[in-house]
Every structure is written in structure tokens, then in C-alpha cells.
Ligand binder design. Structure first.
Ligand SMILES: Cc1cc2nc3c(=O)[nH]c(=O)nc-3n(C[C@H](O)[C@H](O)[C@H](O)COP(=O)(O)OP(=O)(O)OC[C@H]3O[C@@H](n4cnc5c(N)ncnc54)[C@H](O)[C@@H]3O)c2cc1C
Length: 242
């Protein structure tokens, strides 16, 4: 596993609590839309075992052609040790990145894509939408639905309805409206439904989508296959031990 140490080159204050840290892109570091990485702070690998309190999974909120690795996160006043240190780092501060992988690349299967997210979960979808704007091949259109109770919605200049691009974006500020909308969107039985948010949020969305008759193959989660199957209640064939 290659660990890349890199520097913060810019910090964007997206809202009062949400920041995007733009990191220099180390040579040889590549990713595709929907990717996440491990973000680690100095000291994480200095003991016998990696110090987990200094490591977090983060989605990459930029595309490679933006020439920086974007990490978008909410930092509340009361926050973890990890975020306290990150907040203090500032431009020029060093972080480590490693183990990049995308569970949710944009599928180009001639279907409509529904991006369902809560809060900063929208960051995972930002590169998918930009990728679609650059090349719409084999995507029937995208609809984004984001719920954020702070009402301080993210990336509103990108997540703006553009009918000429077959792109619609909806923001709501409460779960009741949100789940009502999900039910409506699930009337498209051919659609691909991507869901990003907390585990509880995923479970609730999955339950509605399955109930509405969306097959589990059409539900994408930012989880490795085994965890995805557990969430979707898919039984895996037992592996023979003998
Ligand atoms: C594939 C994947 C991708 C992900 N992508 C992202 C991403 O792009 N952006 C992102 O932000 N997260 C992402 N996450 C989640 C991320 O890894 C963290 O779990 C998440 O950001 C919470 O961070 P934290 O544990 O440092 O806690 P915090 O965010 O600091 O805290 C979590 C909650 O606990 C409260 N809290 C924490 N410490 C205290 C304290 N001392 N006193 C009182 N209250 C406290 C906070 O106020 C907050 O409500 C991703 C996870 C996965 C698995």
C-alpha cells in the first residue's frame, strides 16, 4: 500500500460548518468519480498499530481534471480529535492519503440516475455530476435529491436544475419531505438509485426503494460488496470449507 503525504493548498468555506480542503495531487495518484480515500494525520502510523483516531474515510469531491483532491467535511464546534486537528492545520498543512477506491462510479447503462443523499453526502456525487456534464453518453439524465436540516445547501452552483442537460436538483430540509420524494422517484422502475449518508439513512432509503419494487441490483451504495449485500439483505452462497 502506497501512502502519499501531501499538502492542503486551499480551504473553501462552503457553509458555516462545512469546509472543502483542496489537496495537492501527488504524482501517480489517480481516482475516478465516486471515489473515497483514507485521510490520515501526522502520527497515525508512528505506533505499533495504526492510530485509528487519526484516520477517516473521506469521499473525493473533485474530478482529476480539477487538479486538486477535494475533501468536503462538516466540522462542528464539538468535534472529534481528528477534525479538531484538521481544522487547525490550515493551508500548507500536511496530510496522508491512501487506499483509494470507487464503489459508486457513474453507470452508463442508458438509464436515469437518481442521487439520494443527506448533508455532506452530496460531496460524493459532485464528481459524478461533473463527469455527466462533460459526457452524457448512455445516461438518460440525473436527478439529485439532498436533505439537509441546516438549510445551508452545498454546491448549489453545480446542483442547479438544467433541463437542457437533463439534470434536476432538489434540496429539502426535513426527512418527511425527503422520504415522500423518494417514494415518488421510485416510480421509475428502470432507474439507478445511488444512496449516500449515515447507515441509518441508507437502511431507510433501501427499505422504501425495495418496498416500491426497485430491484436491489439498481441500488448503489458507497460500500464494498460484502457490506452492500448485508445492507440490501442479499444472501451470499456459503463458501465450502472442506
Ligand atoms: C466510504 C465513506 C466515505 C465518506 N466520505 C465522507 C466525506 O466525504 N465527508 C465526511 O465528512 N465524512 C465522510 N465519511 C464519514 C467519515 O469517515 C466520518 O465517519 C465522519 O465525518 C464523522 O467524523 P468524526 O468521527 O471525526 O466525527 P465528528 O464529525 O467530529 O463528530 C460526529 C458527531 O459527534 C459529535 N461529537 C464528536 N466529538 C464530540 C465531542 N467531543 N463532544 C460532543 N460532541 C462530539 C459531533 O458534533 C458530531 O455530531 C465517509 C465514510 C465512508 C465510509
Amino acid at each position: 500500500m502506497q501512502i502519499y503525504w501531501t499538502k492542503i493548498n486551499k480551504i473553501i468555506e462552503e457553509t458555516a460548518e462545512v469546509k472543502t480542503f483542496l489537496l495537492d495531487c501527488p504524482e501517480g495518484f489517480v481516482w475516478e468519480e465516486g471515489a473515497h480515500l483514507h485521510l490520515a494525520l501526522r502520527g497515525f502510523n508512528e505506533g505499533e498499530k495504526p492510530n485509528r483516531s487519526l484516520i477517516r474515510h473521506m469521499s473525493i469531491s473533485t474530478l482529476p481534471n480539477e487538479n486538486s483532491i477535494g475533501i468536503t467535511t462538516r466540522i462542528k464546534e464539538q468535534c472529534s480529535e481528528f477534525k479538531t486537528i484538521l481544522r487547525e492545520l490550515g493551508v500548507g498543512g500536511e496530510v496522508a492519503i491512501f487506499k483509494t477506491h470507487s464503489n459508486v462510479p457513474l453507470k452508463r447503462e442508458g438509464r436515469k440516475v437518481y442521487l439520494l443523499s443527506s448533508g455532506v453526502g452530496l460531496a460524493t456525487f459532485r464528481p459524478l455530476v461533473l463527469d455527466y456534464f462533460e459526457r452524457a453518453d448512455n445516461v438518460e439524465g440525473i436527478h439529485s435529491l439532498n436533505v439537509d436540516s441546516t438549510k445551508e445547501f452545498l454546491f448549489t452552483s453545480i446542483f442547479e436544475t438544467a433541463s437542457d442537460k437533463k439534470f434536476t436538483s432538489q434540496f429539502v430540509d426535513n426527512r418527511k419531505d425527503y422520504y415522500g420524494e423518494v417514494e415518488k422517484l421510485a416510480s421509475d422502475k428502470e432507474g439507478l438509485f445511488y444512496v449516500v449518508g449515515s447507515d441509518e439513512f441508507l437502511a431507510q432509503n433501501i427499505s422504501i426503494l425495495l418496498e416500491q419494487g426497485i430491484p436491489h441490483e439498481q441500488i448503489m451504495l458507497d460500500k464494498h460488496e460484502k457490506r452492500r449485500n448485508e445492507f440490501l439483505g442479499i444472501e451470499m452462497p456459503a463458501v465450502p470449507t472442506a
